[in-house]
Design a protein around this ligand. Structure first.
Ligand code: TXE
Length: 480
């Protein structure tokens, strides 16, 4: 059985004394590798290695560090098929998504941040008798904690700007999906990045994750994961005033007005609801439909969702893969029982059955539910799986208040031909991001993040550069 090891100070650990955690292919249920179950000593070693590497790395120019990011991007590019295969095997997602979304974006993250850090200029503000110079300095040692839904996509989104701005880092990927984090360490090792700049510890959240976040040597925490875990991370980081960014859950509305382009909207509302089996924090898991088109839209939506092909994740025609784990599948499917208790009607998805050859996996058909109150638990809590609730509305004011009646505030989408109306509604929704007539249309230069229980802080473009640095002003008085 393949064993994935920690990467600390430029070396893969050769300890056999560790406990190991088994990692499974969620589509088949079969064990695919073991990872080290790091303890506090491993966390401490990794933080020390990052600290030792800091002075030299932080003294390099932006251009020098950008060159390293490009080397890493090239290393990933040469393994693009391996990234897609490992990601599909580790997460159960369809290979087409692993290729088109995960693998491509992971490379692009390094290329993009290489480009924008090369353009950083020192700002100067002249006074009558002095000059102010504003510089961006690295923060120190960063803890980068990532979840299982988009493993390398999110890890690279943090590593690239963090080291690009001169920090050194310790990564802690999800114990459920360690494969591509290990691949990134192999690439980093191959390109001979200075030892200690990027370190990685495997392990669970309780010991390795919380040990890392609470370690005195950590100056900055960038966390993506569940809201409850985010709360623990925030509490522990705040005690020692660590700089912190939290990307947490979401319960996003897809708002469909009667004047939308029906065919395009249907396709994209299905994509927003069910991409990656609904396991993306941006997924539109509540669809709000203007009452005059409700019945027709519902009928067409159910037809489209019924037509989605669930099956072998490695088959290029598969659209729906498996959920990440048995525990997660049980949690997601418990919402179907809850929906029935709450008075909902299941329009599709009750049929059971697993693809042939994948009987041990964590499968679930895409589900659409109608008839629930917009205040019901199913309609307001994050489910993070292939379940969409549908509701009708009659006025702009009504749809705004429905969209705002959750504890989350991450994203959403609006579908209409009237762009003025769309912008008016968008501005009234309490969230970090809204798409109009599109969904998950990402420009890496724009801010990403949410409000309320969806987290705090923004990453993306210059917002990542700001988060991964400290801004300092140096005022020089004229002596003449
Ligand atoms: O994530 P966790 P889980 C949501 C989704 C899901 C729920 C739980 O609703 O059902 O979160 O998922 C590490 N200190 N999202 O349990 O626990 C952990 O090892 C420090 C939304 O898988 O948040 C992993 O590396 N770290 C989300 C990472 O945190 C800790 C994506 C995320 O795990 C820790 C995934 C601790 N005390 C799930 N405990 C999104 N925003 O996209 C765990 N970890």
């Amino acid at each position: 059985m393949k064993k994935l090891r920690n990467y600390i100070g430029g070396e893969f650990s050769n300890s056999e004394n560790h406990n190991w955690i088994s990692s499974f292919n969620p589509a088949s249920g079969l064990e695919i590798c073991k990872i080290e179950k790091s303890d506090f000593q491993d966390v401490d070693n990794a933080v020390k290695a990052a600290k030792d590497a800091f002075d030299e790395w932080s003294s390099k120019t932006f251009k020098e560090r950008a060159d390293w990011l490009i080397k890493i991007a090239k290393g990933l590019e040469s393994r693009i098929d391996e990234i897609a295969n490992l990601e599909s095997m580790d997460t159960g997602k369809p290979i087409t998504i692993a290729k088109e979304v995960d693998a491509k974006r992971s490379i692009l993250n390094f290329e993009f941040f290489a480009e924008i850090i090369s353009d950083i200029e020192t700002q100067e503000f002249e006074m009558r008798d002095a000059t102010n110079i504003v510089i961006q300095k690295p923060v120190g040692v960063g803890a980068l904690i990532t979840p299982w839904n988009l493993p390398l996509y999110l890890l690279s989104w943090k590593v690239a700007p963090a080291i690009g701005m001169g920090n050194t880092v310790v990564c802690k990927p999800s114990e459920l999906t360690p494969m591509t984090a290990d691949l990134l360490m192999r690439v980093i090792d191959d390109v001979n990045l200075p030892p200690g700049v990027v370190n990685l510890i495997h392990g669970d959240g309780e010991v390795a994750g919380s040990g890392l976040v609470s370690h005195d040597g950590i100056d900055l925490v960038s966390f993506t994961g569940g809201t409850l875990t985010g709360e623990k991370v925030a509490t522990s980081s705040a005690k020692s005033f660590k700089k912190m960014s939290l990307e947490l859950g979401g319960k996003n509305s897809s708002i469909v007005f009667s004047d939308c382009d029906l065919e395009r909207t249907l396709d994209d509302v299905v994509r927003a609801g069910f991409l990656n089996q609904g396991q993306i924090c941006l997924c539109g898991s509540r669809v709000l439909i203007e009452d005059s088109i409700y019945e027709n839209f519902k009928k067409r939506l159910v037809e489209k969702v019924d037509g989605l092909k669930m099956g072998d994740p490695f088959d290029e025609s598969t659209e729906i893969g498996s959920l990440i784990s048995k525990e997660h599948r049980d949690k997601v499917s418990s919402y179907v029982d809850l929906a029935i208790e709450e008075g909902g009607e299941i329009l599709t998805g009750l049929q059971s059955g697993k693809p042939i050859g994948f009987e041990g996996g964590n499968w679930m058909n895409p589900v659409i539910i109608e008839g629930l109150s917009v205040n019901s638990r199913c309609s307001t809590e994050e489910i993070f799986g292939p379940i969409v609730t549908i509701h009708s509305f009659s006025t702009e004011q009504e749809v705004i208040s429905i969209a705002n009646n959750t504890d989350y505030g991450l994203a959403g989408s609006i579908w209409t031909a009237d762009i003025e109306k769309a912008q008016r509604v968008a501005k009234s929704i309490n969230s970090g991001m809204i798409w109009i007539n599109t969904w998950l249309h990402r420009d890496l230069r724009v801010p990403f993040g949410g409000v309320k229980k969806s987290g705090m802080g923004r990453e993306g473009g210059r917002w990542s550069l700001d988060f991964f640095s400290e801004t300092m002003n140096i005022c020089i008085k004229d002596t003449k």
